[in-house]
Structure formats: C-alpha cells, structure tokens
Design a protein around this ligand. Sequence first.
Ligand code: ADP
Ligand code: ZN
Ligand code: ZN
Length: 750
Amino acid sequence: MSLFADIVLPLAQPAYTYAVPEGMALEIGDAVSVQFGLRKYYTGIVWRIHEQRPAVSRVKSVVRRVYDHPLLDGHQRALWEWVATYYMCSLGEVMRCALPSLIKPSADSESSLLEETFYPRTERYYALAEPYRDEALLNETLDRMERRAPRLYECLLEVVASEDRQRCGEVARRLLAADSTPLQTLVKKGILTVCEHTPDREYEAPNFRLPTLTPHQQEALDRLRADFKAGRTTALLHGVTGSGKTEVYIHLIAEVLAAGGDVLLLVPEIALTAQLIERMERIFGARLTAYHSRLTNQRRSENYLRLNRSQGGEFVVGVRSSIFLPLKRLQLIIVDEEHDASYKQAEPAPRYSARDVAVWMAREWDGRTLLGSATPSLETWLNAASGKYGSASLTERYGDAELPKIYLSDTRRAAQRGERHGHFNKLLIDKIEQTLACGEQVMLFQNRRGFAPYLECPECGWTARCPHCNVTLSYHKYRSQLVCHYCGHTEDAMSRCPSCRVVELQPMGFGTEKIEEQIAELFPEARVARLDRDQLTSEGAFHRIINDFANRQTDILVGTQMITKGFDFEGVSLVGVLNADNLLLNPDFRASERAFQLLQQVAGRAGRRRAGGEVVIQTSDPTNPLLRQVLNDEFIAMARAQLAERQSYFYPPYARLTILTLKHVDVQVVRRASSELAKRLRARFGSRLLGPIAPAVDRIRGEYLMQLMLKIESSASRLRANELVAEELRWMAEQPDFKSVTIAINVDPQ
Ligand code: ADP
Ligand code: ZN
Ligand code: ZN
C-alpha cells in the first residue's frame, strides 16, 4: 500500500501531492524537502497523508524530512486554514508569511539543512575581559571613555550593568540589534571578550518585580480579570496615554507566566517601541523574546524553532507576524495600540489583521485577548460598548501628569494678519520659543516626508510625475532627488521646467524636510533633528536620532507618524501639528476616525511627566467638528457621531467590506475584466457590489488598476460570501482573455 502526502509549498497554489517513500515516517505538520518542477527544491509542510494516488503519470517522492519534530501542531494548522479561508488566499501564502525565511528555503539543489545550523544550542555573549574585572582599572577606563567615546562608554556600561549570564546575552543581543560596532570595538580593544554558553531555558519559579498599581489601575485589572473569568475571551482596556495601561499588562503577563503559560504582546512597529521592550526586559529578563523584521533571518529562525520546542512560560513581544509563532501554551494575547493600521498587512497576501486574528484565536481556543488603546478603533469600541467584549477604562494619567492643553490655530487668519512665517503661525512660534527658553523639548508633526509633495512649473503648470505610477514625484531636497512614494522610482531633481525650459520649478506643499529647514531658520540656535521613513534605512541612524532626543542632545524633533507612537520622552512639553487639514481631507471612510486617533496620539506625547504640556494644531478650519472633539477630548462624542455616519452609509462595523483590485499592463484588458467580473458578482450579490471604479492612484509600477467593492451586512456569513466570490474568481482564471490579470483580494480593508 503506498502513501501520499499533500504538501503545502510557499506558493500561491493549492497543496501538491507527493509519494511518501517506503520506510519514511512522516507526521502531519512535518517540514519536508521536495522537488518542484525540474530543478527547484522547496521546504513544504505535510498537510494530509492519504492513499489516493493523484491522476498524474509520475508522482515525485518526498526527498527528506527536515526536522525530527513537526513544525506545526494542530492549533497552528487550524490557524493557517482559518486565515486562508477568511482572507481568501492559499495556504502557501500563509506559509510564506508565517515562517521565517530560513525555515522555508527554496533552492536549485537539495541543501542539507540541519536544525543546528540555524538553531545553535549555544549562545554568544559578551563579558569583561580578565584584566578589567579589576574595579580600579574598569573605573579608570570608564572615566576616560565617558569624555572621549560616549557611545563606547554607554555600551560598556550596559554590559557591566547586566547582572547574570543570561541577561548578559540578552543585553548583548539588544546592543547588537541596535548597532554592533561599539561592541566589536570594545572586543578589539581587549576590554570585552566573546563567550559562549548553553542557555538554560528551564525557567525557575519567577520572581518578577511588579509595579505597585494605583487604585484606579487595580480596579481596571480586577475588572478585566472578572470579565475574563466570566468567559469573555476578548476585552478592551481603554486608557488615556500615560494612564498606566502597560502596568496593567505587566500584572496580567506575570500571572500567566507564573502559571507556565505563554504570552504574546503585539506592538505596532518594533523599532518604535524599543522603549517598551526595554521596560519589559527589566521585569521579565530572559523570558522575553523579541520578534520583528529588524532581527536577522538567522535570529528569527532560531526564535521560531526554539519556541516550537518550548514547554511554556514564554513571553514574546513582536509585530503582527508574531501571531503565527508556535506558542504551545498561549493563554494571553495583548494587542497594544489595537487601533493601529499596521496590524493589517496590506501587501502581499495574506492581507490579514493580526488584531482580528488574535480575537479569533482567543475565541477558538478559549484563550484571552486584551486590546489596549487610548483611542480604540470604532469596531472595538462598539463591541465593548455593546457588551460583546469585556472592558475597563483608565481616565487619568499616572501621577501628577495632566492631559495637555490643546490649541487650534487658524492658518488663514494668521496669514491675513501677517502672523505667519513659512508654515508656522505666530502662536506656534511663540510657544516654541517659550518652551526652548525653559530648556524643554518640542516635537513637530507633519504627515508627509520629503521636502515637498511635488514640483510645479509656475509658468506652464508642468509637474514631475512617476513614469510607472499615476502620481507626482516627491521632492527630497537634501538628496536633490525626486522620489515616487509608491514604487520607489528615483531621479535627479531638475531645476528648470523641462517643458517650457525657462522658469524655475517651485516646490509645492510641504513635507518634514521643509519644516526642518524652516525651523532651523527660525531658531538658528536650536538643535533640530528629523525622523521619518527616509531615516529608517539604517538601524544605527534611527537609534541615534531617538537616543539623542531622549538624552536631550536635540531640542526639536520633526517627524511623520513615526514620532507619534509609543515614545515616552520626559522633556517634551510642546507638540506642534503643522497642518491638520490634509488628515481630514482624505477620502477614506475612516479618515475622521484616523485623524482623531492620530491627533490624540500626537497630543499624548506632550507633558508625559509634568503638568503644563501643550499642543498646537494648525488648521484652516478650526470649527471643524472633529477638531473640536479633539480639542475637548471627546472620544465618545466622536465615536457616536462617526458610528451614526457609518450606519447611514452602510460601512463597517455595520457592513463587511471586501475590495478586489484587478491589475494589468493593458488598460483595456483590465477594464474589460473588471466589468465582466462586476457583472457576474452583481448577479450574485445585487447592489452589494459596487464598481468597477478606477482607484485614486490608478496606475502603479506600470500596471493599470480597477477596483470592485463588496459590502455585505455584518450579520451575513463572511465565509459564504467568500465562497461565492471564489467561484467567480475561478471562472475568471479560466478565461483565456483574462488569465494574465492579477487580482488582489482585501478582506476587511483598513
Ligand atoms: P500607557 O501605557 O497607558 O501610555 P504607561 O504605562 O506608559 O501608560 O505609564 C505612563 C508613565 O507612568 C510611565 O512612565 C510609567 O512608568 C508611569 N506609571 C504608570 N503607572 C505606574 C505605577 N503604578 N507605578 C509607577 N509608575 C507608573
Ligand atoms: Zn514650464
Ligand atoms: Zn512610481
């Protein structure tokens, strides 16, 4: 009797069937090496073992079982299957996203992958070299360095401060992740040595030093515990910034770890939450595993394999893809800043929301999921308000800290009165001056990077556009380049208009670079830095900017969204929003909700520790109802108003959306395909199907785009709707004319 196995490969294809060689003991969930096509080898996952010979002439055999331990257990497989069905993609696409790249290699030859090669059982750490164990010498060295080499000094201090070996490894790991040069320099100088040890992952009975909660925090914690105990699998912790949500998390985390369970803490973007990780590390030490895209592939694979063999008691802090980590005793998932759009993967498939997956997981496996936010998404807030989720709230900041005072500053009126310099109203300039005079710091927010969103000829109106996308190119002055923010296309900036060849091109609108330039002109003595995605190219640069600001080496930090998340800078007492208008003008149905969240979050950066934090929001429309709600801190009024609008226009949470985007290099093909598909879907869904329409940016990377939108009642079955859509997509794929059209499916778009 011969056996066959259906193997999921990291491709946008269904599983492939292979023969199981005589004598090979395979288990479901095993990773195996198989040949695909003529000369390609893949690592795949055994999904099903059966006796049905596939109807092809030659069936290839599984080459090898990769590990002596299945890579996926039943929970993991159920999760992958749910994600594939709900978000309408193949299991292979889930695999691509769920497993770190070294674990799913594809190559031209069958490479011999041993677990040991990327899951070494020994760990490297850094320790003081023998002579420097002498305190006098060490102190003398530190003294010298403090003045001459501050980065080496900090690095060495951190190694010295790490108490035990395991902790040492963790510290070194963090330092390495930040920037390994100082560590290497210290080794070269003979001050540090590299050691190895076998990490002892048998956790001792924990003895975490937990913060003492305030009565309000304790009340919130008790409330959440009671909700969870009563069987609610998801709860919302709605707490203003600085109210101590993190303290409440810490208590819940410690409880689960002490009982031998695993905890997953999801954070929006790890580089930005370095401070949170450090805070958690101080309490949970070596228990903490960080998991994010800035780790090396090697490190991510090691973490994955180690967790796969762990016996529980693990604490992972990670970004959205860590929802797929093999935590065997996962009992608690915390989604911090649950409203954050980065929990939703936009590209490629699976276009999943890690928050929504976390809610599903808790329900499915009787775990617990806690959603935390100062400005919850309307979906979550409604679920909590209606009693579907448990909920607790924290309405006061910790300690003496008060919520900041917000000013709306009218840009038009300032211009009329001649009280505007560049993009700054006099009010903001005055406040910056006062703040700097008190020796405090300022953050300035502008949601566009680069110098200007486009260059325009004042004579003929010519603008620089991307040759591959239907958008203008952004002007980046310090690199003297024009950059497409959609496809990355870059060209040298020209100064003269290439069309009429006479006039100089004018930068239109403004981005962070221009603000940085203007602020430096207004306050020549202030130390100004800028933080946006352009700086993220180097991990070192990013950390330097953050650390310099935290250590008050800079006075003013200009930045995009990036500066709004999770930072806790003591010295900031003023936050300026250069232009709130473009947040409100966005055509997206979530624009108002997002603007509110963003402005509140930006505001939350001011005066974290002291009374007297101030926020200046510049706008041409100071009577805008949403800005009034921000001004008066009226989350509930905002939520009610927005929900009423959503209900009348039939948008989430009252409707479920799916957006289908069709792409093709030939505009005629994509137009015909989208009308044909719309016709067929309309026959099934009636007026619930909208479109086709060309999206705002209707050409990207040389492909033309058309969109269809499906809106179904929130009470209707998502899975049934998906089935109907899938049938029509299969039909499309069989039409010779439309075969080459690619279709991106976005379920619950954000
Ligand atoms: P949130 O996560 O809600 O924004 P945090 O947990 O970061 O708030 O708390 C804000 C600040 O107040 C932090 O610096 C934190 O250390 C401090 N803090 C909050 N609660 C306590 C507590 N119970 N004991 C000591 N410090 C606290
Ligand atoms: Zn011109
Ligand atoms: Zn482009």
